[in-house]
Design a binder for this molecule. Structure first.
Ligand code: AMP
Length: 542
């Protein structure tokens, strides 16, 4: 028997209507401009979204074409978040921090038709555009569009000119809730980034979790500070959550350094915020240098990498702000788990729960699997790889079979840990060999290959090691060729031609033999153990 309930689609347009209608006059998006803010009410953002949708139709976006964004967190990016999926097209948030080759790869792989680009990012984007084979239109947001030279077959437009005079209403189509709304590539695994395609339905359901008390607890009247980039797992769901319940959004644009962030917080009084630990570390250091009033913050959600317990304590004890530790992945929309203590647990007793990765909501089923594929107990002891599935968890990558990652509908997270009988997740390790520095991935394989390109190097292994500022940084273990010499500073200098500056390793060690597994692969577990037991002579370049 089927239900008697209406089957209206769960869609971004529905979220948009709620934000621009009932909350249109009270909620606003604030974009920081360096010293002050520009602001737009949600009703105005709704009109802007209609103008953008008409403009994009004019550029030939009529079906599920991909519209890329190469943008910071700001009002225009938010407008694209609403307009692009609601008109039936697919929003592709390009991660401006990927390697140039990876950016070209993802734009070509997704077949982006239009790209919206912040004018401050033009120097970087101009080098990529000629290689983006399917892009027909580049829309420059802010600044002077004529600063971007159009390669053959591409038209360049100014955002303001393109939207000027467009109608303020749009006949948003009724879409299948399972159709693609947005896509985001993750570079966390192997060579090529993998595309995760979110549906209207998955985003809608995820947004409800963002707003649940046991989720990110975003509610009307909140002022949510979205430091987490809009190109990183949909800014952890804040923009859509905020539109759903009428919370305002505070966007830092490109001013992500501790000093302007603190200035913005003092001026704009956020009530909650979300960012990776590295950002908060900078903010706390800035506050220690010069006190500012951040007492408007009720909670900050920290995730993307393990949040150091000392950071959580500092927030609580020095500022009276609760940290909610969260775990998630691009593939999980990204909310996986949130660390809120069980009801009735208070005071010191809360801490074992709060420092864990937290509990998974009803929509994210989890299991732990050992190396032989056996399902493990949630006994607080058995350690295995975490697998998850659910209505906002991916079960495939876009156009890229990866049976290693997905099986029987389950996502192999690559994260290793245990679950307690009460359902709290504790991550202890990572099965994959990548490094997360300040919330951004560094591929160890990529670095190894670059180091091994040096004529004096026989083998190079790279692992992530704890770092106070960046959570993790790469450590390179080098085996030199017989009779050859090289030092750490010289090798780093050699890398600087091929590796992005922020990825250049500062930790180096020279070893006589690389530990290997039975099948001859680098045994990183053993190298990690040697490092953690202090058996390696580590050189720290400053
Ligand atoms: P991404 O898809 O770039 O968001 O990266 C997802 C990965 O980040 C996860 O698979 C974890 O390895 C790591 N991660 C995210 N949140 C946490 C956390 N709270 N603690 C430890 N690792 C985390």
């Amino acid at each position: 028997m089927l239900s008697t309930m209406n089957d209206g689609p769960l869609s971004i347009a529905r979220i948009m209507r709620q934000g621009t209608g009932p909350h249109g006059a009270t909620a606003e998006v604030v974009t920081w401009t360096g010293a002050e803010s520009r602001r737009s009410g949600y009703a105005e953002i709704g009109r802007e979204a209609a103008r953008l949708a008409h403009a994009l139709r004019g550029l030939g976006v009529t079906g599920d074409q991909r519209v890329g964004t190469f943008m910071w967190n700001n009002a225009e990016h938010l407008t694209a978040y609403l307009a692009v999926p609601s008109m039936g097209a697919v929003l592709h948030t390009l991660n401006i921090r990927l390697f140039p080759e990876q950016l070209v790869y993802v734009a070509n792989h997704a077949e982006d038709h239009v790209v919206l680009v912040d004018h401050t990012l033009l120097p970087l984007f101009a080098k990529l555009l000629p290689e983006m084979k399917t892009v027909r239109h580049a829309v420059v947001v802010g600044g002077d569009a004529s600063a971007l030279e159009a390669p053959a077959g591409v038209e360049v437009h100014g955002y303001a000119d393109l939207l000027a005079g467009q109608p303020e209403e749009f006949d948003w189509p009724e879409l299948d809730e399972r159709s693609a709304a947005a896509m985001c590539y993750t570079s966390g695994t192997t060579a090529n980034p993998k595309g995760v395609v979110y549906s209207h339905r998955s985003i809608y359901l995820h947004s409800m979790q963002v707003c649940m008390t046991d989720g990110m607890a975003l509610e009307q009247g909140d002022r949510g500070l979205a430091v987490v980039p809009m190109f990183h797992a949909m800014s952890w769901g804040l923009p859509y959550g905020a539109f759903m319940v009428g919370a305002s959004l505070i966007m830092p644009d490109r001013f992500l350094q501790p000093e302007p962030l603190v200035a913005m917080m003092t001026a704009e009084r956020p009530t909650m915020a979300a960012a990776v630990p590295t950002i908060w570390q900078g903010v706390l250091a800035e506050l220690a240098k010069e006190p500012h009033d951040i007492s408007s913050l009720r909670e900050v959600v920290i995730g993307g990498s393990a949040c150091p317990p000392t950071m959580m304590r500092t927030f609580q004890e020095d500022y009276g702000i609760t940290v909610v530790h969260a775990w998630g992945m691009t593939e999980t929309s990204p909310l996986g788990s949130l660390a809120r203590p069980p009801a009735g647990v208070t005071g010191e007793d809360e801490w074992p729960y709060r420092v864990s990765q937290g509990r998974l909501p009803a929509s994210v089923e989890a299991r732990l699997v050992d190396d032989d594929g056996r399902i493990l107990q949630w006994d607080g002891l058995s350690i295995g790889e975490l697998e998850v599935r659910g209505p906002w968890v991916a079960e495939a990558y876009y156009g890229d079979d990866d049976p290693e990652k997905f099986h029987d509908g389950w996502l192999r997270t690559g994260d290793v840990g245990y679950l307690t009988p009460e359902g709290f997740l504790h991550l202890t390790d990572r099965a994959k060999d990548v490094i997360k520095s300040g919330g951004e991935w560094i591929s160890s394989v990529e670095l190894e290959n670059q180091v091994m390109a040096h004529p004096a190097v026989a083998e190079a292994m790279v692992i992530g090691v704890p770092d106070e500022k960046w959570s993790e940084r790469p450590l390179v273990a080098v085996v030199l060729r017989e009779g050859e010499t090289a030092d750490a500073a010289g090798l780093r200098e050699f890398l600087s031609g091929s590796v992005a500056r922020w990825q250049l390793p500062e930790y180096w060690t020279f070893i006589t033999e690389a530990p290997k597994t039975s099948v001859g692969k680098f045994d990183k577990k053993r190298l990690r153990k040697q490092h953690s037991e202090g058996d390696l002579d580590v050189i720290h370049l400053t």
